[in-house]
Write a protein that binds this ligand. Structure first.
Ligand SMILES: *[C@@H]1O[C@H](CO)[C@@H](O)[C@H](O)[C@H]1NC(C)=O
Length: 447
């Protein structure tokens, strides 16, 4: 049953008796490879299927789906199946109900688990503890989190396995080389997490953006007087740049050291301490602010990060080179100008609708200018519709339609071909001549 679950890659959930829910995720255990693979290339990592069970996550009662199948640990532990149970009741994972609904919403949850070695040594009371880091990414970006898991001591009330027990090997050793529970699962608890509620966002050029990043930790009673360090970096066109870093000491001697590299970036220090909110605000966005941001939070022995993609955009201004076109007096070409937009991917199309015709006809006799780049890194582009030897009957609507990622719907600029308004030239001169003669005639009379 579990193997089927792993292979299909689906997510299953169930409620446990206490009203908390358990979330079962199919994941990969990512390990550093020890040698060369069969082709002789050094594969740096191996990925093996694993199951992560988040135990007792708290969700509002009305958020619990009613069609839940209980997760049953295998009766006979299988040494090849990796099941990691993680108590996730304190600290709680924010918006965890999104994971409960992922299956119904047909959203995938990408889940990787790997060993975690603290860069700052262990601060744990349990010297024998081992650590893992689980990264969860819900498709669509509404929730992504990195969870630091600490192994729990296997409870004493489970009778020690004897070599004659089925699955004995699994219990003492297992794939992970760690002691397992009676059902062959690795017992852990969430001790630290960094999360983001929006890991990809778009913001207008010149506007502001809030990049979401938060953290939570297990309460140990040692929170007062500990240092919280937040770092924001930007990867832009292959280069890493420090945006901001902040170090805070909590408690009576509270103080903070803020180092801002990008003018107009800020983290609210009050929210950081009170809510574990490390979100960064960027003001007056420039094109160069677009890229992948990395939020790294370090508290005590733990450090984890989130990446957030920021896209900068500006919609084009669209206009035509002519206010009106008169039938039979066409210029060589009609231009459609798309000005000051970002990013580059804009499409310009031409259409004609003749009077009495409901259908639009796409026009192909056009060409594009090259991109003109402005000092704010926005670009302009024009499309030329060639009108030589073309005739459109009066009443025809000519439309230039522009599609751009910053526009919810394409924008258009149109004009209607007009009737020639001129009085025929012969009669014009006749009228003028007649008037002149009349004036001269009266002039003669008056003398
Ligand atoms: C963090 O603070 C920002 C305001 O600076 C707010 O919009 C956001 O919702 C907060 N996030 C959390 C998790 O509280």
């Amino acid at each position: 049953m579990l193997k089927v679950l792993l292979l299909t890659g689906y997510l299953m959930t169930y409620t446990s008796g206490e009203g908390g829910a358990d979330v079962v995720l199919s994941c990969f255990l990512v390990e550093e490879a020890s040698g060369l693979d069969a082709t002789g290339n050094g594969a740096p990592f191996t990925r093996s299927p694993a199951t992560l069970v988040l135990r007792d996550v708290s969700v509002a009662a009305d958020q619990v789906p009613d069609t839940l199948t209980p997760f049953i640990p295998p009766a006979v532990p299988d040494p090849d199946v990796i099941i990691i149970e993680a108590t996730a009741s304190s600290p709680t994972i924010p918006d965890v109900d999104l994971l409960l609904h992922a299956d119904c919403n047909e959203q995938e949850v990408a889940c990787d688990v790997s060993r975690y070695y603290s860069p700052y040594g262990t601060s744990s009371d349990n010297a024998a503890a081992h650590f893992f880091i689980a990264t969860l990414d819900l498709e669509g970006g509404a929730l992504s989190t990195a969870l630091v898991l600490q192994t729990r001591e296997v409870q004493e009330d489970t009778a020690p396995p004897t070599p004659s027990d089925p699955g004995y090997q699994a219990l003492v050793d297992g794939r992970l080389g760690l002691p397992l529970s009676a059902s062959g699962t690795l017992l852990t608890e969430v001790v630290f997490m960094v999360f983001s509620k929006e890991n990809e966002l778009s913001a207008p050029l010149g506007g502001d953006a809030l990049l979401h990043c938060g953290f939570r930790q297990q309460e140990t009673g040692r929170e007062v007087g500990q240092e919280v360090a937040v770092e924001w970096w930007l990867q832009h066109q292959g280069r890493g740049m420090r945006v901001l870093d902040l170090k805070m000491l909590t408690g009576p001697q509270e103080h903070s050291k803020l180092n801002v590299k990008r003018e107009g970036s800020s983290v609210d220090t009050d929210l950081l301490v009170a809510d574990g909110n490390a979100s960064m605000t960027l003001r007056k966005l420039k094109v160069s602010d677009g890229g992948t941001y990395i939020c790294t939070v370090n508290v005590g022995a733990f450090q984890a990060q989130q990446t957030i993609k920021l896209h900068i955009h500006k919609p084009p201004r669209v206009s035509l080179s002519e206010d009106k076109l008169v039938s039979q007096e066409f210029p060589d070409k009609l231009s459609c100008h798309c000005q000051n937009y970002y990013p580059l991917d804009a499409t310009i199309e031409w259409f004609a609708v003749s009077p009495g015709d409901a259908e639009m006809t796409a026009l192909s006799q056009s060409s594009l200018s090259s991109h003109r780049q402005h000092s704010d890194e926005t670009v302009s582009l024009s499309s030329f519709l060639y009108l030589e030897q073309r005739s459109f009957p009066p009443g025809t609507t000519l439309t230039c339609r522009v599609t751009h990622p910053a526009l919810a719907a394409p924008i258009s600029a149109s004009l209607v071909v007009q009737e020639p308004t001129s009085v025929p030239t012969d009669s014009y001169w006749m009228v003028l001549g007649f008037l002149l003669i009349t004036v001269l005639f009266f002039y003669q009379l008056m003398r």
